[in-house]
Ligand binder design. Sequence first.
Ligand code: M6R
Length: 600
Amino acid sequence: MCGIVGYNGELDAKEILLKGLEKLEYRGYDSAGIAVRNEEGVTVFKEKGRIADLRGSVDLNVSADIGIGHTRWATHGVPNKLNAHPHQSTSGRFTLVHNGVIENYHLLQKAYLKGIQMQSDTDTEVIVQLVDLFAKEGLSTVEAFRKTLSLLHGSYALALLDQEDEDTIYVAKNKSPLLVGVGAGFNVVASDAMAMLQVTDQFIELRDKEVVLVHKDNVEITTLDGRPVERKPFKAELDASDIEKGTYPHYMLKEMDEQPGVVRKIVQEYSNSLGELTIDDNILEAIKEADRIYIIAAGTSYHAGLVGKQYFEKLARIPVEVHISSEFGYNMPLLSEKPLFIFITQSGETADSRQVLVKVKELNYPALTITNVPGSTLSREADYTLLLHAGPEIAVASTKAYVAQVAVLAIAAYVTGKSLGKGEDFDLKHELGIVANGIQTIVDSKNELEQVAEDYLKIARNAFFIGRNLDFCVSVEGALKLKEISYIQAEGFAGGELKHGTIALIEEGTPVFALATQEQVALNIRGNVKEVVARGANACIISMEGLNEEGDRLVIPKVHPLLTPLVSVVPLQLISYYAALHRRCDVDKPRNLAKSVTVE
Ligand code: M6R
């Protein structure tokens, strides 16, 4: 989703901003722009399309040491050059980039900006025009900025330049992520530390509704009503090599290959000095006290939550409901007496999940966030955090984060079950080692999986994924992976449900991927496969050692029956990857999608 960068220092701002925007490309965008200021004023460059297109339009002769930049994921107004950021006030004095959505922009426009001819269809332009209006009425820039912020309803991360001020980027945020990076003789602004790791690893976290002035030599933070705030920088624990592709053609491929290592790392991170799996005592107590767990998540994280439900119910005997965050917040079910909310979110910034967290905290219920990003909004605002330790996930399609989410959920449920003296008795740590080896075997079989993609999906218009029990949870994730990167219409179904309507869509050659890793339903799913094959489907059965039969296309290594999702998802990820490659799709940056979905 939209990304912001800003630089105020001594070097050429253009190149630092462009490089920063390249690091934010993974978030998803459809246009981009930068604005730089020098003695001659502010110059804006913007383009529809990729940063490479923007680079081509930047005048290399314009040199400046202060500037802001933006990648836009369209919300208000189609993706075109006019709607791309930065936006300028009509007078040209103020220039602004914005992430988020201003809900009352129309009302503000009517109330304050009647005589002003808007140049774009965006909500953002209203903000910059308001600052200009209040400045014209006699307020200083910071006062005009504050007054504007006090009128805004919605989410925003903002960086503003004033043509008449050579040394300040005016910054503020509400609900949308934004950091200030600090250095010697320069300071920067970024939606994500990754964008500015090129110049610093020291960042200051900003809180909602603070007003921040980023000068070359210092950073002034105040509350909206002007009280000074002191906050020390933290070191971003990111290795620059984590965010490079290395020799891989795509981040997604690199991240799938990292999955065995991620499982091993999680086992290590969640082991105590005796080598036993453990989680923080406070978190353990919070889970044990709950009479019901509500898992809240979106997309792939929601699919991990479906698996997590089974873990908490089977291993700890605690009832669980799993909810899509965008639905839950506006249609809350009747809650139990002592609920615990678990938010699963790779990025820790998903606006749909955050709005639920805000409501949950207003109701004073305990909340635990399971996230890959320490210090992210959902981590900071929840009572407790469990980290995924998966390393940065750059590809829009989530792979290693899903595996990490399922592994962490398994550990949390297992440790709780042990502590409560309930659940199944097995050695999870040992079993996760077997899982890591199993995933390794699959990522080492790329040629075979590429062939499966070719055989089943080369000319497919649609595809179905079926499974029962835990295999159903993986089916929906497999379908999401395929559709988001290859644009093949795909649906995941409970195997038994297909015949209640959807089987009408099966025709000669329709690909159906069927998972058969759950012993108690293996025969049933094979029955469902027969039903679709009888109607012409091209069925690809993916079974597990010990449950395999002749004719199965893929057989995954044997793992503990509760842990099959960690392994069976991997061939589905790789098949989707190769299907997308065959169709020449932009695997890492699929159309219309954003990595971090920071608007509701
Ligand atoms: O950062 P989150 O885990 O909260 O993101 C939720 C979804 O937007 C995300 O899982 C999305 O579905 C993935 N791109 C799917 O691969």
